[in-house]
Design a protein. Structure first.
Lengths: 225, 480
């Protein structure tokens, strides 16, 4: 009979840990070698025990389990991490995998899916339970046509002052009017303007107005376009 | 001698026909002559008066001593033009202007001649004027508005009582001061931007000011300053009326700070309940579910009814866990602290689109990698949440465009839908009547962010909400 896989449980709810242990106990392949209720305890125990598998909760009293993932994998490279979390939101799942976890299980599904998840993760596969994977697939499907967060311009490269100048110019103020409003010289405004145009990759003032309108800086009747 | 007698006779003749009452008495005050005008004014007949001594019957009983003394002085030195208050035979009172002099006849006998001018009407008019002036002054002195009259050379001409109470250190007779110089110690320079100065240039000024009073407390004033012209239309002064609106302003600020606190408390409470639901209740339900699943020994033979019961309970637990989790997510945006505002909003918009079928185009610029502070973030999240909920409930829209832009020093949010639109004015009236949340609570939030919200809509043309607020809370009105 091969060696049992060692498991460390990190969760601040003792009763839930008991529950997980009772599920694990039903299989002969695993041995729970340690339990931790906080992130710090987890780091200490991982150093000592080098477990094959860590069952990790995302919400811990001394910080987010998501941030702990990196620390834990650094402590013991061979340990694989299966997140067992109450959170079932896409943002958590993505962050967990980005940080180095290879499995994600919602607590509500633990009773049915825990052993399956542990098996997959220990084999080196990625694992998600169905209540979670549904969202991930939806996100993947929906991602392509949408460009939710980016507006396709380099507006984010502008400094605070340049933002200030841009909206004034887009609102139709002349260089000298903008200068007066911001208590700076017209020459400085000219400089800001050419920097803005360069950063946004535009050459004409009308394009500056168009960009401002597209971003929502100035008012236009958007549906009429 | 003949001439003298003739002259004396002519004198008597003149006196008899004089329109002014005339009295002649001897040094011992015995009356020797009164003319018909005298009889007419006083109502006493000459026959009743000839030969009587002072005190005379027209003297007023209450001032008889004073009158007597004045009479005795007049008998020795003569008087010119004093005003006296006397009474007629019938008791009516009258005022005269009295001119008196000593005369001597040829034989050296001294007489005292008193010439009266009836000034009762004039006196009455003057009294009425004075009374009306007093009433007016009483009014001006008793109002809670401070009133100051300022001359064209910027000197204080008059201050009412309220003004003197507010600025006890100002002596208008000494210091050339206008309103803005009401500092302690007073400023000596003359400012050219104060309401009085503007009014002296013929402008009506309304403005609000904030200043620290002599006692060191903050006062808020509303000032109305107007030019004053004389009969010829020449500008002669500026009148400053100053109203203390500190109490109203403080109440306003208190209400604002209370609603601020209320919203914060609400968020704190929601966060607490949400966390409790998510981290305790849902966890415990999951624990129970595991306990239930591991309760039965898989190797022992279990009656099928028992297995059925357990699986029923498990399904119930699944539903409970799901609803507790959704409740928790509804109370508090999941991930706001962990993933930041933009990510959380993008996810929220996607989920909204998915659950409602309304397409949401969420765009943002100029806010990358910037933490706006939890107060601004949660309120922005709520604004968008409330905006989208309103659209779902009322707009019948198929598309929503949300633009969130950092435009230093402001943040701009636009929520634009292509729905059925509405009559903004009618809607606002209805809102006031209904006391419903939605738009109203959005407005409240925007005011807490010290921003402005603009709502535009036309029937059939969609609705656009434009919010603009400072990225940093203004000094002095920051969070508590």
């Amino acid at each position: 009979m091969s060696r049992k896989n060692s498991v460390l449980i990190v969760d601040d709810h003792p009763l839930f840990r008991e529950g997980l242990k009772s599920i694990i106990a039903s299989s002969r392949q695993y041995e729970v070698v340690g339990e931790a209720g906080t992130g710090q305890e987890a780091i200490d125990l991982v150093g000592q025990l080098s477990p094959d598998l860590i069952l990790l909760d995302v919400s811990l009293p001394d910080g987010s389990g998501l941030e702990l993932i990196g620390d834990l994998t650094r402590c013991c490279k061979k340990s694989r991490i299966l997140i067992v979390s109450m959170h079932a939101k896409i943002d958590y799942i993505v962050k967990a995998f980005q940080a180095g976890a290879t499995g994600y299980l919602a607590k509500g599904s633990a009773a049915e899916k825990l052993l399956q998840g542990m098996e997959h993760v220990l084999k080196g596969d990625y694992f998600m339970d169905t209540s979670v994977s549904q969202q991930v697939v939806k996100k993947l499907v929906g991602l392509a046509p949408k460009e939710s967060l980016t507006t396709g311009s380099n507006y984010d490269a502008l400094t605070a002052r340049e933002q200030e100048v841009m909206v004034l110019l887009a609102e139709g103020l002349s260089v000298s009017q903008a200068a007066e409003k911001l208590f700076i010289s017209p020459k400085t405004i000219e400089n800001h303007r050419s920097n803005i145009m360069r950063k946004l990759g535009i050459h004409k003032t009308i394009d500056l107005v168009r960009t401002a309108a597209r971003l929502g800086l100035i008012d236009i009747d958007l549906w009429k376009e | 001698m003949t001439t003298k007698t003739e002259n004396a006779e002519f004198g008597i003749f003149l006196m008899a026909y004089s329109p002014n009452p005339i009295l002649v008495c001897q040094a011992d005050s015995a009356i020797t002559y009164v003319n018909p005008a005298f009889e007419k004014l006083t109502g006493f007949r000459a026959a009743e008066l000839i030969g009587i001594n002072a005190p005379y019957p027209w003297w007023l009983p209450e001032t008889i001593d004073k009158t007597h003394r004045a009479f005795q002085t007049a008998m020795t030195t003569g008087v010119s033009r004093i005003e006296e208050h006397f009474q007629k035979k019938n008791g009516d009172r009258f005022w005269v202007e009295l001119t008196a002099g000593l005369i001597e006849n040829g034989s050296g006998t001294r007489y005292y001649l008193s010439n009266w001018v009836d000034i009762t009407d004039r006196k009455k008019a003057a009294d009425e004027l004075r009374e009306s002036e007093e009433r007016y002054r009483g009014l001006v002195d008793n109002i809670t508005t401070g009133v100051t009259l300022i001359s064209p050379d910027m000197k204080i001409q008059a201050m009412n009582r309220q003004m003197r109470r507010w600025y006890p250190h100002i002596d208008p007779s000494e210091k050339p001061l206008c309103y803005h110089a009401y500092h302690d110690p007073p400023r000596e320079d003359r400012c050219t931007d104060c309401p009085a100065f503007a009014s002296l240039k013929d402008n009506e000024v309304h403005e609000s000011t904030r200043e620290v009073s002599v006692h060191g407390d903050m006062r808020f004033h509303r000032i109305v300053s107007s030019p004053i012209r004389n009969n010829e239309g020449r500008l002669v002064a500026a009148i400053n009326m100053i109203e203390d609106i500190t109490a109203a302003r403080q109440t306003e600020m208190r209400i604002k700070s209370l609603s601020h606190q209320l919203l914060r408390a609400q968020e704190d409470e929601r966060r607490m309940i949400s966390r409790e639901l998510h981290d305790s209740v849902a966890q415990e339900l999951s624990t129970v579910k595991i306990a239930l699943a591991t309760l039965l020994d898989p190797h022992a033979s279990v009656p099928p009814e028992m297995l059925q019961k357990v699986s029923k309970l498990t399904r119930l637990l699944d539903r409970s866990i799901l609803s507790v989790r959704n409740l928790s997510y509804g109370l508090r945006p999941p991930g706001l602290e962990e993933f930041g505002l933009l990510q959380t909003l993008a996810t929220f918009c996607e989920e909204f689109a998915e659950s409602t079928g309304i397409e949401v185009d969420f765009q943002t610029a100029g806010l990358k990698n910037s933490f706006l502070g939890s107060f601004i973030e949660i309120n922005l999240y709520r604004l968008i949440q409330e905006g989208l909920n309103n659209i779902r409930k009322h707009a019948a829209a198929s598309r929503v465009m949300i633009k969130l832009v950092g435009s230093h020093p402001n943040i701009i949010l636009r929520i634009i839908d292509d729905g059925q639109g509405f009559d903004v004015k009618a809607r606002e009236r209805a809102l006031d009547a209904e006391k419903r949340l939605g738009l109203r609570s959005m407005k409240e939030r925007v005011s807490l962010l010290q921003g402005r919200m603009e709502l535009r809509s036309r029937l059939g043309k969609g609705t656009s909400i434009h919010v603009r607020f400072p990225r940093q809370e203004k000094k002095g009105e920051s969070k508590k």
